[in-house]
Design a protein around this ligand. Structure first.
Ligand code: SF4
Ligand SMILES: [Zn+2]
Length: 400
């Protein structure tokens, strides 16, 4: 009797755009150790804040939709926002994702342990809470009425780049992401004071796009980042661009979805910058001598204040106008831009797949994964104590 050989299950590697691709771009070795190793990172600072701000905005949106108490914006922090924050904090903590001390007060009642708080008068509005509050104050009244679908899960497959029958793990790879979607009809009918509408109109392509919005339905996708606005010369700036273009591609493949014409990224730390954010911005302003400062989105008064600032903590306050302008990035989406970004996405997947295969064939981790030492990532990296590229072997330092 002929025995049938059971085929191996067909499993395709699945990549999350934020969890895998962006983490890999930040540093390949750190990505490998965090995501494919046994140990979760002890203090995933950006991971926590990114998820916290996303979660808080989604929770606020759901309550805004269903609960009349949350419809009057802006929301009061103590009686409304704090409850949203604690809901999200507990949800993340249940999944093992906890905040570092000094950025969030996790206590509901007075007289709990002091933790990273300055005294026992909990709850404290620490920097993570200040950013959530300011985001809800500035953006929620303009954004929430335009949302047509929240937390849309996107999923698609692409051919495995450089596929080889004998080497590759699979013929395809999966790619996933989550976005909020705005409807063009809602944008077109928003009042003239809607800030999102105003910001779209300020773009070169804005006026024409808004005219089109009144006739042809299209989608606008939104992503929130719990971080400062990168410099346009940073690789990260381009990676975020590729990320939203890939989201647009995934969205357009969904049944009954419209074309995506615009993507909006919010860099929410800009609304409440930390001292180190301001120092970085000052260095950037000083390094621009003679070059255009248009892409910094700072008004002339703030440019002058940053140039003159001596670095003392509380003496510099940027204008709300500059902070708001720096917190939003509007990107035009078209087929050509999408194709170009998909090629970059394929390139990153190809690099990761090659490293995985090398490792499966017995190469050592440190010889396989590319390392990208940079101050911002290495300072808070949990693996710096043994990473050959890190010159600072002290335990990770927490930053805001
Ligand atoms: S210390 Fe720096 S180079 Fe080394 S793994 Fe961490 S982030 Fe990468
Ligand atoms: Zn506290």
């Amino acid at each position: 009797m002929e025995m049938k050989i059971k085929k191996r299950p067909y499993i395709i590697p699945e990549y999350s755009i934020t969890g895998d691709i962006l983490s890999y771009h930040s540093c390949g070795l750190q990505y490998r150790l965090q995501n494919k190793g046994e140990l979760p990172p002890a203090r995933p600072v950006q991971l926590w804040f990114g998820q916290f701000i996303h979660g808080s905005l989604e929770e606020a949106y759901l309550r805004w939709k269903k609960n009349p108490n949350y419809r009057v914006l802006p929301l009061d922090w103590a009686s409304r926002i704090r409850d949203i924050e604690m809901t999200v904090y507990k949800r993340l903590a249940a999944g093992g994702v906890r905040p570092p001390p000094n950025i969030f007060c996790p206590y509901d009642e007075p007289n709990e342990k002091l933790g990273g708080c300055p005294d026992e008068n909990h709850p404290h509005k620490l920097i993570a809470s200040k950013r959530v509050e300011r985001t809800l104050e500035v953006w929620a009244p303009h954004l929430f009425p335009l949302i047509s679908e929240a937390e849309v899960k996107l999923k698609g497959t692409r051919p495995m780049p450089n596929y080889s029958e004998s080497i590759s793990r699979s013929r395809h790879y999966g790619i996933t992401g989550i976005v909020d979607v705005l409807a063009s009809v809602k944008v077109a009918s928003a009042g003239p004071d809607n800030l999102i509408l105003k910001k779209i109109r300020e773009e070169k392509f804005g006026e024409e796009l808004l005219q089109e919005a009144a006739q042809n339905e299209f989608d606008i996708i939104i992503d929130y980042k719990g971080m400062a606005r990168p410099k346009p010369s940073d690789a990260e700036w381009n990676h975020h661009y590729d990320q939203v273009m890939t989201y647009a591609w995934l969205r357009e493949k969904q049944l009954e979805s419209n074309r995506v014409r615009v993507a909006i990224i919010f860099y929410l730390n800009e609304l409440v910058p930390s001292e180190s954010d301001l120092k970085k911005l000052q260095r950037l302003v000083l390094s621009q001598q003679g070059n255009s400062t248009d892409d910094l989105k700072l008004n002339s008064q703030d440019l002058a204040s940053l140039k003159a600032w001596n670095g003392a903590t509380h003496s510099l306050q940027l204008s709300p106008e500059s902070m708001i302008n720096r917190s939003i990035r509007i990107i035009q989406v078209n087929k050509q831009n999408i194709d170009q970004s998909l090629r970059s996405m394929d390139g990153a997947v190809s690099e990761i797949e090659n490293s995985v295969i090398d490792e499966m064939r017995g190469k050592k981790i440190l010889e396989t994964w590319k390392m990208l030492p940079r101050d911002e990532t290495c300072t808070i990296c949990d693996f710096k104590t043994f990473c050959p590229k890190s010159s600072d072997k002290r335990p990770p330092r927490i930053t805001e």
